[in-house]
Design a protein around this ligand. Structure first.
Ligand SMILES: NC(=O)c1ccc[n+]([C@@H]2O[C@H](COP(=O)([O-])OP(=O)(O)OC[C@H]3O[C@@H](n4cnc5c(N)ncnc54)[C@H](OP(=O)(O)O)[C@@H]3O)[C@@H](O)[C@H]2O)c1
Length: 235
């Protein structure tokens, strides 16, 4: 397997599981975060610390890399009651959860289009990790889920415009997981699981398995795949 996957948020709770699963299946992985990784670098794995909201610098770093697939799994979440939100509270989430994804995605699409010699053989994927909070809203995480939902629109455009060039774009929508951003929420409010059709947290390994599936599913594009214990349809 010679294909390389660039995973943003590759050192996060979910990202670490994604990187490990890709490595187990023989992919080369480049992980991006800001604070190092627990995984050991080797011939198939490197991790880079890059603040992706510094767009100019991040593009300059990413343009030094060669990769076939992109997994957009970085995000930030701050909690604040809706009635107390200010305009400033949206700035970092917009930069982190929307604009940085746009900048990387546009770069990757341009690069793959310019490299493509045979669009039938070309196989590139962009997989964006959204959240089920985009489907039902929340009282305290509005900048988080609105900026994440906004990026789903970019993914639809990419799927519509570039799938025929061998660049497929899909979204995976996890529910609460017992890793990363979800860990504390589950500790504080374990009862949120009781309202789910499947009353257990979403499994990060199932998200990773879907990414692997999407990389190889040549006729799947523009989809939003739900791994959220049924919360999507039961909201
Ligand atoms: N955990 C859940 O319950 C859950 C549920 C639904 C969806 N999700 C989604 O799953 C994805 C992964 O979340 P997680 O739960 O694994 O959270 P996490 O452990 O906090 O991971 C977030 C990742 O984003 C990176 N990141 C944040 N801001 C960045 C920036 N400016 N530049 C570069 N990297 C940045 C972090 O790197 P550093 O830590 O090094 O800053 C970290 O790797 C997110 O897209 C999240 O929305 C999570």
């Amino acid at each position: 397997m010679n294909e390389t996957v660039l995973v943003t948020g590759g050192n996060g709770g979910l990202g670490t599981v994604i990187c490990s699963s890709l490595l187990d299946k023989g992919y080369k992985v480049i992980s991006i975060g800001q604070t190092g990784t627990k995984l050991k670098p080797n011939d198939n794995f490197i991790h880079l610390d890059i603040n992706l909201t510094n767009f100019e610098n991040s593009l300059s770093e990413i343009s030094k890399l060669s990769f076939d697939h992109l997994v957009l799994a970085h995000a930030m979440l701050d909690s604040k009651d809706f009635l107390n939100l200010t305009l400033e509270d949206f700035i970092v989430p917009i930069k982190t959860n929307f604009l940085s994804n746009f900048v990387i995605t546009q770069y990757a699409v341009k690069k793959w289009l310019s490299e493509s010699k045979d669009k039938v053989k070309s196989n590139h994927t962009i997989t964006y990790i959204s959240t089920v909070a985009t489907k039902g809203g929340t009282q305290t995480e509005v900048p988080y889920h609105t900026t994440k939902r906004a990026f789903e629109g970019v993914m639809l455009t990419c799927a519509r415009e570039y799938s025929d060039d061998g660049i497929r774009s899909n979204v995976i929508t996890p529910g609460i997981m017992d890793v990363g951003l979800g860990k504390n929420i589950l500790k504080q409010r374990p009862d949120i699981l009781d309202r789910l059709p499947i009353s257990s947290p979403s499994d990060p390994k199932e998200v990773a398995d879907l990414i692997l599936y999407l990389i190889n599913a040549k006729h799947v594009t523009g989809q939003n795949l739900h791994v959220n214990s049924g919360r999507y349809f039961s909201i």
